[in-house]
Design a binder for this molecule. Structure first.
Ligand code: ZN
Length: 234
């Protein structure tokens, strides 16, 4: 067994794959395949999967194995609203603090996002766009919120994958830039407002799809509704 692999390391790699949109909602996670991939025992893999289950990322189906969760529309909304509260709070708390080092790090991060958008690597692009929000918490010195935001962002990423968010990578990156520019100008109130708009834009991009996709009962009702014939002209 490789010395550097632990259940926590395996769990983090799974969360990273979710953030990179490499693992899709509903995807099966085979214990044996994971054990072979990490060259560890199935016991260790199960321990990692149980950690992920406690964090709400995977679920076990009896006799069928482990799956990445598929957040319901309500769970998706809940994750977005939790992010709005936490991220607005982080920006609010930054008022009056010296932020030049934070701003430099965030600018570097945005430059990485831009490079990934210009390149062809969709996974790196998705990961970096999500990681901006984790990086913000980290740079602002909120160590406990780093883990909270990584989990919340992974949840909204699953929702965005499931409900096929149309939010453009380029637009997201530009919105990150505007937030950092507001911080640089010392306008934390504006940074906070822009952050709320940004999270709202991402959420709306998937709500549109969820709204146009009727659920099964209403689809059936529509299918079986009497055909409306155009009225004959008199
Ligand atoms: Zn973002």
């Amino acid at each position: 067994m490789p010395a550097d692999v632990s259940p926590t390391v395996i769990a983090e790699r799974v969360v990273e794959a979710i953030l990179a949109q490499k693992l899709a909602p509903g995807e099966r996670l085979g214990e044996q395949a994971l054990a072979e991939n990490f060259s560890v025992s199935r016991t260790m893999v199960r321990e990692a999967l149980m950690q992920l289950q406690a964090r709400g990322f995977v679920e076990v189906q009896s006799r069928r194995g482990w799956y990445v969760v598929e957040p319901s529309a309500e769970e998706a909304r809940d994750a977005f609203s939790a992010r709005r509260i936490v991220e607005a709070g982080i920006l609010e708390a930054s008022a009056g603090r010296p932020l030049s080092k934070v701003i430099r790090k965030l600018r570097d991060h945005i430059a990485d996002e831009q490079r990934a958008i210009e390149g062809a690597d969709a996974a790196t692009r998705a990961f970096l766009l999500a990681d901006f929000h984790v990086c913000l918490a980290e740079q602002m010195g909120h160590q406990l919120l780093v883990d909270v935001l990584r989990d919340l962002t992974a949840r909204t990423t699953l929702a965005a994958t499931l409900y096929q968010s149309k939010h453009e990578a380029g637009q997201s990156c530009a919105e990150h830039g505007a937030i950092v520019a507001a911080l640089e100008a010392g306008d934390t109130a504006r940074a906070r407002r822009l952050m709320l708009e940004h999270i709202g834009n991402v959420e709306r991009a998937l709500e549109v799809d969820a709204a146009t996709e009727p659920d099964a009962p209403s689809r059936l009702k529509a299918t079986l509704a009497p055909v409306a014939l155009p009225r004959a002209r008199r």
